[in-house]
Design a protein around this ligand. Sequence first.
Ligand code: CA
Length: 281
Amino acid sequence: MRKLAAPSRRDCNNLQYRETARPHYRGPAVFLWIQMKEILIDYLERKQQERFDLKAVIFDMDGVLYDSMPAHDQSWQQVMNEWALSHEPGEFYLHEGRVGKETINVVFQRNLQRDATDEEAKQIYARKTELFQHCNNGNTIPGAKEVLTLVQEKELTPVLVTGSGQPSLLERLDHHFPGVFTPGTMVTAFDVVNGKPDPEPFLRGLQKGGDLKPHQAIVIENAPLGIEAAVAAGIFTIAVNTGPLPNAILSDAGASIVFASMSELLDKLPPLLHLAGTITI
Ligand code: CA
């Protein structure tokens, strides 16, 4: 058994959100308008739908509503350092949403050419969880609250789809985003058999949004595996790049649009919703 150091405050330095990612595209408003229109039409053509009929916006939680990813990343990095296992820059952002044991096995395979034993995985994950609880600042992502308010003003239902299974989730959400989510509009780890990148969480999200079809919702995601899951569920998926990964990784995962932040989404969502409400093919 390895001797593990107690977490110190120093481990959590500089874990705050920064809007550093570049937008997927820049340019005059009219160009943006045309590009958005083309992207929406492309989705409708691929799905063989005449028009959108938006009823809900489905939100991922970590990295979309809460600024928790830097603490996850830092906790993974530290526990792997303690076990003398090398890791790569941005690796834990790439695996965001994966079951803990699978993430551990990726690192084990690269370092030791074998999977972790159940006992090793248990110890590493317990330590990672301890570090995360110590490091997580509980901050929300700038712009998230305003995006949720906008969605409600547009009479769309905000739905939450998260792989998290914390029992106190609703309490926490209700504290930061009062009156936005209810148990009836939340999909958590307790609601699904298969997590992201399987489409099941988002298919459950469509059900909870009111037995919706894919073209009746849009998804806001930040992670490649979450994007893959939403796209596999057939839903128009917008990425917000709140982490350090290149935009291309989120596009390649299937995101129709990549925004640099929730603040940029707040800015672009009104014209996007307007277009989605008027386009017919
Ligand atoms: Ca996420």
